[in-house]
Design a protein around this ligand. Sequence first.
Ligand SMILES: Nc1ncnc2c1ncn2[C@@H]1O[C@H](COP(=O)(O)OP(=O)(O)OP(=O)(O)O)[C@@H](O)[C@H]1O
Length: 251
Amino acid sequence: MISVSTLTHSLGHRLILDDISVEIPKGKITALIGPNGAGKSTLLHLIARQNPVQTGVISLDGEDIAKTASTDMALRMAVVAQELGVASRLRVRDLVGFGRWPQHQGRPTEVDKAAVEKALEEFHLLDLSDRFLDEISGGQRQRAFVAMAYVQDTDWLLLDEPLNNLDIRYAKSLMAKLRNMAEEKNKSIVIVIHDLNYALANADYFIAVKEGKVAFAGETSDVATSESLSELYDAEVNIIESDGKCFAFHH
Ligand SMILES: Nc1ncnc2c1ncn2[C@@H]1O[C@H](COP(=O)(O)OP(=O)(O)OP(=O)(O)O)[C@@H](O)[C@H]1O
């Protein structure tokens, strides 16, 4: 479990996260939702230790992340940020290969190489594997970065808007893969996501952030209601149930 306790974060004079306390369950998909600018990415980056915690504590399986060694963190948590820093003269296969660095520390074994090939195949990247990152499309690059995180095989996977740029086929395929990872391999996945329908269909748990505070959090079926979502977005959202599935209508 990830436990966030009394987390407050400011950038310059602006309060970005205001006294956040929330728990993220293990072995589940958690959707981090909320309006633009709410603080979702900031929270995700703090959990991933990409920025230092100013006030409060974030613990990973009972251990304060501020006191956890970087090498240990890298073996337990993989992250894909929203803004993908692109080292343009890097080939797709090399980028995905970097994902195994925490395991092999520069000396890849046959197991590492096989894991990379498998990830390239699973993310439909084999045909692109020798292309440079600045020679592929935005969606293809997004898949390459997710494959790099996937190949790390960590217990926790944090993804900031992973559906960005993905067409329907790849978005469906990625969400199915994440579900499989949670259900079959007990992986814990946290995704910042704007598409409520993908979130409703795939996330076990919702954490809604608004203006730097947690608006609501809990099991999807308990908290994702027309009322809570309409209030969250200041826009009408209707949750409709059909064939046992929930859909969000908002236009
Ligand atoms: N470098 C920065 N300096 C000052 N304020 C910032 C900086 N980066 C982000 N912010 C502000 O912090 C707040 C939270 O931003 P954050 O990116 O966490 O929101 P978000 O919920 O992920 O939004 P979105 O859905 O639009 O990606 C926003 O009001 C944003 O303007």
